[in-house]
Design a protein around this ligand. Structure first.
Ligand SMILES: C[S@@+](CC[C@H](N)C(=O)[O-])C[C@H]1O[C@@H](n2cnc3c(N)ncnc32)[C@H](O)[C@@H]1O
Length: 280
């Protein structure tokens, strides 16, 4: 039997729970995902305008200006990131770092050189300092186009460390490839990951599951094939209800084939999306 005071506490907890504004939580969740999807769509529209061969330079500029105005009206990229961060902490509690660390441990990933104590990890598109908890063995560099905290470096991954190569043991691209609206930019991100990854290093990719499961142009296997052509081997892969997780190793002996991967329809269906990655 609960004591009088603990019974009281439980009763008060229940009272609070029943008073909890359920609709508030639901509405917020809806609002966050609406912001995220509006900005994703505007981003995609900007990239497809840039790539539209039937528009003149002036038409492109005018259209992009309009779309950028819409981005600002929707709150801009900062609001998008706050929404993502809130969505992460309040609703999904998804944090790719937990999966990254678990998978690094599973595969006994160590720094490429024996003198190094820490794994050099690059977290691309970081909303937070995600690897602080493991700082005794992971030295993380977090970058983002529009950092939300002073601990994150402001940098475009595509221009990052242009003068050096093979810098990181681990590169994390979590929900970043799908953020870029242009399939060619996504391909460039994968090539950049190859350049910055040490031999025997790893690239870990997280994507929304529909990008590889319900796209006309992309599948799990095609993404693996692209990575193989860039000199990687897939060593771990699984799907959750909403996300696809893949870990690739840059193998010393693997040949880079420089194969071209154009946008190519693989399946079709009315409810399918158009996510793809293009390697030129
Ligand atoms: C959906 S958030 C992903 C956040 C986090 N990695 C996660 O897994 O939840 C995508 C982030 O990638 C960043 N991003 C997109 N392209 C980038 C680039 N080229 N260089 C650096 N950051 C980039 C965006 O600014 C945005 O904050």
């Amino acid at each position: 039997m609960p004591s009088g005071s603990s019974a009281k506490k439980k009763k008060s907890k229940r009272k609070h729970a029943s008073r909890r504004p359920v609709t508030y939580v639901k509405q917020n969740k809806k609002a966050h995902s609406e912001v995220i999807s509006t900005l994703h769509n505007l981003n995609k529209a900007i990239e497809s305008t840039k790539a539209n061969p039937s528009l003149t330079k002036a038409e492109k500029e005018a259209h992009i200006k309009e779309l950028q105005k819409d981005v600002e009206e929707a709150g801009g990229i900062a609001v998008y990131q706050v929404a993502s961060k809130r969505g992460e902490s309040k609703h999904g509690s998804f944090n790719s770092a937990k999966w990254v660390v678990k998978t690094l441990k599973k595969h006994k990933v160590k720094p490429a050189s024996v003198e190094e104590k820490h794994l050099q990890l690059l977290d691309v598109g970081a909303l937070d300092e995600n690897y602080q908890k493991w700082k005794s063995w992971i030295c993380a560099t977090a970058i983002d186009l529009n950092p939300q905290s002073p601990a994150i470096l402001q940098a475009d991954f595509l221009d990052f460390k242009k003068d050096v190569s093979q810098v990181y043991d681990v590169i994390v691209l979590s929900l970043v490839l799908n953020f870029a609206g242009d399939p060619i930019i996504r391909g460039k991100m994968l090539k950049q990951a190859r350049r910055l990854c040490k031999i025997d290093g790893h690239v870990l990719i997280v994507l929304p599951l529909p990008c590889v499961k319900n796209s006309r142009y992309m599948t799990h296997d095609l993404l693996k094939e692209i990575m193989v052509s860039l000199g990687f081997t897939c060593i771990d892969s699984h799907d959750s209800k909403r996300l696809a997780f893949m870990m690739f190793k840059k193998s010393a002996g693997a040949a880079v084939t420089h194969k071209v991967f154009p946008k190519k329809e693989m399946k079709n269906g009315v409810k399918m999306n158009n996510f793809t990655i293009v390697i030129k």
